[in-house]
Design a protein around this ligand. Structure first.
Ligand SMILES: Cc1cc2nc3c(=O)[nH]c(=O)nc-3n(C[C@H](O)[C@H](O)[C@H](O)COP(=O)(O)OP(=O)(O)OC[C@H]3O[C@@H](n4cnc5c(N)ncnc54)[C@H](O)[C@@H]3O)c2cc1C
Length: 471
């Protein structure tokens, strides 16, 4: 047993501390494709020294106080579904696995809120709410492999965000344990004008500002009615224009996805499909969903879109959590697969798309792309690269070049580096350029909340721990 593990076993419940090589390796890989390539090569460059999996919430303040006093790095772990390396420790130390803290604490049917511990898995919570006739309306593709704490800490969005917003829009309040072991409670009610909204210091903070232990989210009555349509566009410009107009006219499609020709072939399950497909859906009270559909139809008719009926969208709804294409490629020796999501205003997104599609093409056999998560001001763009290299070392090197290329294009075209996957390890070296004059504000907040720099050091483009710098 290492000295660190020994000290933690004395401090905490002994059966919540793990330092066997098998367990440490489980926490050395998240869902980042580069990590999949490390695993294939038997490498584990970002492995914790010890894993703590508390069964009692009271252990967390105790653990953080101790880590702070001893200058030991601590990285929270939800379910490890990050696709950017976010829960992987850059400087070893403790990985805090929150998976046992997964109780539902309150379902408030009058206010339509639900309070849970942050290790709660998304699909478990959703099933529980469905049994009562409610839903979160937060449906990331990783619903069954991610936690509520991970959602908040990565600023996640779900597939229905064009109507319901990202996790920050569903957020009511939370409890957080700070680096010194003290706890803070943030609650706003339906809205609050009592100073700055400090909750946002922790939303998307990727474990750098505190450990979130309980969260209250909005919940909704399940939708009474849904209407779907599949549309085909002769070119990309027309589809993007329809998305923009739909959002700017104040419509709220819960589903809005527009594919380039290459991804349209996958989405339509038709290798011969030669147009750009759009999946659109409205939900809610029947009269409202139907009225929104009619207004949207007038918009797409104006752009000459061809209606293909609801079946393709309905089939996609059934398989919308399936990620096997990417997973199978990554398991294959030399297989290259990557997903990169960014965002831009309407007047910039097409230039960014054209450059990404063109400059990433040399790294992959196929560059799939779709526009989704739309807003009146702009949209997210999601790229999927699929290819094959000679071996896993070559694929790892190619993936790192893909990130370098993609992030440079975002910086040059003014796009946001990420729409919802967050920074992690993949994007950390680009944050300083992206945030510019606001980076020192982030650094000062971090300095005040975590002066010993024990929480996820080196993440979000912040400095590595003193311990690492001294090595
Ligand atoms: C197949 C697949 C599909 C995906 N689809 C989507 C999608 O549709 N939308 C989307 O937004 N993302 C998606 N993701 C990415 C991923 O699921 C999200 O980033 C998710 O929010 C991570 O949750 P997690 O519980 O797995 O957190 P982890 O991956 O374990 O951690 C993520 C980050 O949050 C921190 N963290 C976790 N819990 C806490 C806590 N309680 N307190 C403080 N910090 C914490 C970690 O330190 C880390 O920095 C997908 C991933 C996969 C593999």
């Amino acid at each position: 047993m290492t000295q660190l593990a020994g000290a933690l076993k004395t401090l905490l419940d002994a059966d919540s501390v793990f330092d066997s090589e098998d367990v440490l390796k489980q926490f050395a890989y998240d869902g980042w494709p580069v990590a999949a390539k490390w695993r294939n090569q038997g490498k584990a460059p970002l492995k914790p020294e010890v894993v703590v999996r508390p069964a009692r919430e009271e252990q967390i303040p105790k653990l953080l106080r101790w880590a702070n006093e001893h200058g030991v790095a601590l990285t929270p772990w939800g379910a490890g579904s990050s696709v950017t390396g976010a829960p992987l420790p850059l400087t070893g130390g403790i990985t805090l696995d929150l998976s046992l803290l997964d109780r539902t604490l309150e379902i408030n049917e009058r206010n339509l809120t639900v309070t849970v511990q942050t290790g709660k898995m998304g699909h478990v919570l959703e099933a529980e709410l469905n049994r009562h006739g409610y839903t979160l309306n937060h449906s990331p593709q990783s619903l069954d492999r991610s936690t509520v704490g991970g959602w908040l800490s990565t600023r996640a969005t779900g597939q229905f965000s064009s109507k319901w917003g990202g996790i920050e829009n569903l957020l009511v309040g939370f409890d957080v344990v700070l680096a010194d072991g003290s706890t803070a409670h943030f609650q706003t009610g339906p809205r609050m004008a009592v100073g700055p909204d400090l909750r946002h210091v922790f939303v998307g903070a990727e474990g750098t500002m505190g450990v979130i232990t309980q969260i209250t989210l909005q919940m909704f009555r399940q939708s009474a009615h849904r209407i779907f349509q599949t549309l085909a566009f002769a070119n990309l410009d027309d589809g993007v224009a329809v998305m923009r107009e739909v959002m700017q006219r104040g419509l709220k499609p819960f589903l809005l996805r527009f594919y380039n020709v290459i991804e349209s072939r996958h989405a339509m399950k038709d290798p011969g499909f030669n147009q750009c497909a759009m999946f659109i859906g409205f939900e809610g009270e029947q009269g409202i969903a139907e009225a929104e559909y009619r207004v949207a139809k007038a918009i797409w008719d104006g752009y000459g879109a061809q209606e293909l009926g609801p079946v393709a969208v309905e089939k996609w709804m059934e398989r919308r959590f399936d990620f096997s294409t990417v997973e199978n490629i990554l398991k294959t020796p030399g297989g290259l697969a990557e997903t990169i999501e960014i965002a831009h205003f309407w007047d910039g997104i097409e230039e960014t798309y054209q450059r990404l599609a063109q400059e990433l093409a040399p790294y992959a056999d196929e560059v799939l792309a779709h526009f989704s998560h739309a807003y009146p001001q702009g949209t997210s763009l999601y790229l999927i690269l699929l290819g094959q290299c000679a071996d896993d070392a070559e694929a790892e090197a190619a993936l790192l070049k893909v990130w370098q290329t993609a992030m440079t294009i975002c910086l040059e075209t003014g796009a946001a580096l990420s729409h919802h996957h967050g920074v992690g390890v993949a994007r950390k070296d680009f944050v300083r350029s992206a945030l510019g004059s606001s980076m020192p504000v982030l650094e000062r907040v971090k300095q005040v909340l975590d002066p010993q720099n024990i929480l996820s050091p080196g993440k979000l483009g912040l400095e590595l721990s003193r311990r690492e710098d001294e090595r």
